[in-house]
Write a new protein. Structure first.
Length: 367
């Protein structure tokens, strides 16, 4: 029996992810974040120099008899995930050196189109106690669109705004999940050995979804994906086969409050500005034929003609052509180069007049 997506929004299903995804509606989720078993291949217990045990991953869900068994499982869950992902959706998969290369190859084999590999540099990594290799201080996230033609979501301006108006790079400096954020078991230890920090999921979800989108996490664990999704106005679907993790996730998400003011769920976007030809400045009467334009210093001048072109001793043409000619340059932004004198006889860039017209096109009265 198929499962309607709308009936399982913002819930956690305690079951096997392959089975559930194969029953879900096709092309019904906008984003998938997958934190699958890493197949860490930990043979024996790790100890610190003081002989205390290091908390590793020894759970049954991370044990595979062979690489083939791991590959077969990876192909099964990825195929099921691809089935439920919308054509313009995308998928994130996180892993370590143990599995991420096999994961990337499998994604490409199944037809996904890799967009980025993100390096999560851990600011507080676990040291290498044996001293036999470099400290493993990062994990890798692969971000992929469903197909090369997918019109996937990427909130570039929002990510730039989060990064103090600088393009966000593909190396992210974030700490491990520790302190109050870390869920504890009834015995007081870690509830889940590899709980991811909310800061990591915040970037993933903010960058590649919009408000109201649905995020599927087939390896839900302790619910970081759901907690972040709820907080910033996205829907989530969690699938997790460990009942103890499910209980922890449900309690955690129940305490999360969604941002109340919808206006605060918005994010920076770069809307395409309407094109304004210089002739519109003449038509609107902001300048008129016969007026004189100058460079920023007032040393170079040109006269405005009735068709919006300029004429000067060095030729005639558009504001851009004449600006380039005045500087003997291959190109020029005439809106920034040319200036007019205002009522105070000050030189002001004509770009300000273009902004007035754009406001008018948006329904704001010319002034």
């Amino acid at each position: 029996m198929s499962i309607e997506t709308k009936k399982i929004l913002n819930t956690i299903i305690n079951d096997d992810c392959v089975k559930i995804m194969n029953r879900m509606e096709e092309k019904s989720v906008d984003l998938i974040f997958a934190d699958p078993p890493y197949n860490l291949q930990l043979g024996e217990a790790l100890t610190r120099p003081d002989n205390s045990n290091v908390s590793g991953v020894y759970e049954e869900w991370d044990n595979f008899a062979s690489m083939k068994e791991y590959d077969d499982y990876t192909r099964a869950w990825m195929s099921a995930a691809r089935r439920v992902l919308k054509d313009d959706g995308s998928i994130w998969v996180i892993g370590s050196y143990h599995n991420i290369f096999r994961v990337g190859c499998m994604l490409q084999d199944l037809g996904f189109w890799i967009l980025n590999d993100i390096i999560w540099n851990k600011t507080n990594p676990m040291p290498n106690f044996k001293g036999t290799r470099f400290t493993n201080a990062h994990e890798t996230l692969i971000w992929a669109a469903k197909t090369p033609k997918s019109k996937y979501t990427f909130n570039y301006e929002a990510m730039k705004a989060m990064n103090e108006d600088v393009q966000m790079r593909s190396d992210w400096q974030l700490p491990l999940c520790t302190g109050r954020e870390r869920l504890k078991s009834d015995e007081g230890g870690k509830l889940h050995p590899t709980q991811k920090p909310e800061a990591l999921l915040y970037r993933v979800i903010m960058s590649s979804t919009n408000v109201g989108d649905t995020v599927l996490d087939p390896f839900f664990g302790t619910g970081t994906t759901g907690a972040v999704a709820k907080k910033i106005g996205r829907n989530f679907i969690g699938i997790e086969r460990d009942a103890q993790y499910v209980r922890g996730a449900e309690a955690r998400i129940a305490e999360v409050t969604r941002v109340k003011n919808d206006a605060c769920l918005g994010y920076a976007t770069k809307k395409r500005q309407p094109r304004v030809p210089f002739g519109s400045v003449i038509e609107c009467g902001l300048l008129k034929a016969g007026d004189k334009l100058f460079d920023a210093k007032g040393d170079v001048s040109a006269l405005i003609r009735s068709d919006g072109t300029l004429v000067s001793t060095f030729g005639n043409g558009s504001i851009h052509q004449m600006g380039a000619a005045a500087q003997n340059a291959p190109a020029c932004n005439g809106w920034m180069y040319w200036h007019y004198r205002n009522e105070k006889k000050e030189l002001v860039a004509i770009d300000g007049l273009r902004k007035i017209i754009r406001r008018a096109l948006s329904g704001i009265v010319l002034s």
